[in-house]
Ligand binder design. Structure first.
Ligand code: C2E
Ligand code: CA
Ligand code: CA
Ligand code: CA
Length: 279
């Protein structure tokens, strides 16, 4: 039995070692990405379903990898979270988003609220509120011009600290959105205990709206409940006019999705927003 135990031990350490080596190599690359400025933010408009007018946006990170080309966040954000690099990358995202708003001021472009994704680890960073305050001050951007998006699972890791941080942000005037709503574990009942302004209905529900009668009922119920709690609703991943119309009929106020625009680099985003304003 002892022999077996030893072998098993050896087996597991080898596996862990392999994973760690791979992580270390990629962690190195991610770190280089930050110092060599290989990240870029794309911006996706959020619009009123009633008239298609753009009023806010979401910042979404991309990585220009020197060999692999443009890489989406799903392939490197999990590693950044495992290694803790998400803290530094997160600060880069926050500062770049705020700097973009400041530049839009200088260019006399229309005001827009920028939503920034936060990972679980960032919601356990005691310095976050102070740093965000400092950045807003430094760039002369109002807290009303930014919002944070957090997932239900990010809130679960340490609910007290996370909700204290979110409460501090909300008190400053920063809006708080619950991302991917409906796919996690949280109940609608938990919402009333959290400082939440916006609820984002996950794309998976929007995808099935046309075909799945149960999804229709769930989405309708989520919207009605949110509105009773004075929470705004944004539906994400709207790809066609049918989905748009259905959501509008359910009194959903806002949307985001390819039907209006994919996430865009900043110049293309600015052009689209100005055109949308004039239309
Ligand atoms: P998310 O926060 O749920 O972002 C929405 C994702 O849906 C984005 O993918 C967006 O491009 C995509 N999307 C929007 N509309 C449509 C549509 O109509 N159809 C389809 N098929 N897709 C649509 P993206 O940019 O690949 O981001 C994936 C995830 O990576 C995000 O999901 C978010 O969880 C994470 N992420 C992105 N940027 C950041 C960041 O700066 N910080 C952190 N912590 N996470 C980020
Ligand atoms: Ca999001
Ligand atoms: Ca989402
Ligand atoms: Ca998502």
């Amino acid at each position: 039995a002892k022999q077996l135990g030893k072998n098993q031990y050896a087996f597991y350490t080898k596996n862990i070692k392999d994973n760690t080596m791979k992580d270390i190599l990629e962690e190195d690359e991610l770190h280089r990405a930050l110092t060599k400025n290989e990240f870029e933010l794309y911006y996706q408009p959020q619009f009123k379903l009633a008239n298609g007018k753009i009023f806010s946006a979401e910042a979404l990170i991309r990585w220009h990898h020197p060999e692999r080309g443009l890489i989406g966040p799903d392939t490197f954000i999990p590693l950044a979270e495992r290694t803790g690099l998400i803290i530094d990358i997160g600060y880069w995202v926050i500062e770049t988003s705020i700097a973009f708003i400041a530049q839009r001021h200088k260019d006399r472009l229309s005001p827009i609220c920028m939503h920034i994704n936060l990972s679980a680890l960032q919601l356990r960073d005691a310095k976050l509120v102070k740093q965000v305050t400092k950045l807003l001050d430094q760039y002369q951007v109002s807290p009303k011009e930014i919002g944070f998006e957090v997932t239900e699972t990010a809130l679960l890791s340490d609910v007290t600290l996370a909700s204290n941080i979110l409460q501090a942000f909300q008190n400053m005037g920063i809006s708080i959105a619950i991302d991917d709503f409906g796919v996690g574990f949280s109940s609608l009942g938990q919402l009333k205990n959290l400082p939440v302004n916006i609820l984002k209905i996950d794309k998976s529900f929007v995808d099935d709206l046309e075909t799945n009668p149960n999804d229709k009922k769930i989405v309708e119920a989520i919207i009605a409940m949110a509105h009773k709690l004075s929470i705004h609703v944004v539906a994400e991943g709207i790809e066609n006019e049918t989905q748009w119309c259905l959501l509008e009929n359910y009194s959903c106020e806002y949307g985001q999705g390819y039907v209006v625009s994919r996430p865009l680099p900043k110049a293309a985003f600015n052009t689209l927003v100005e055109k949308n304003k004039q239309a």
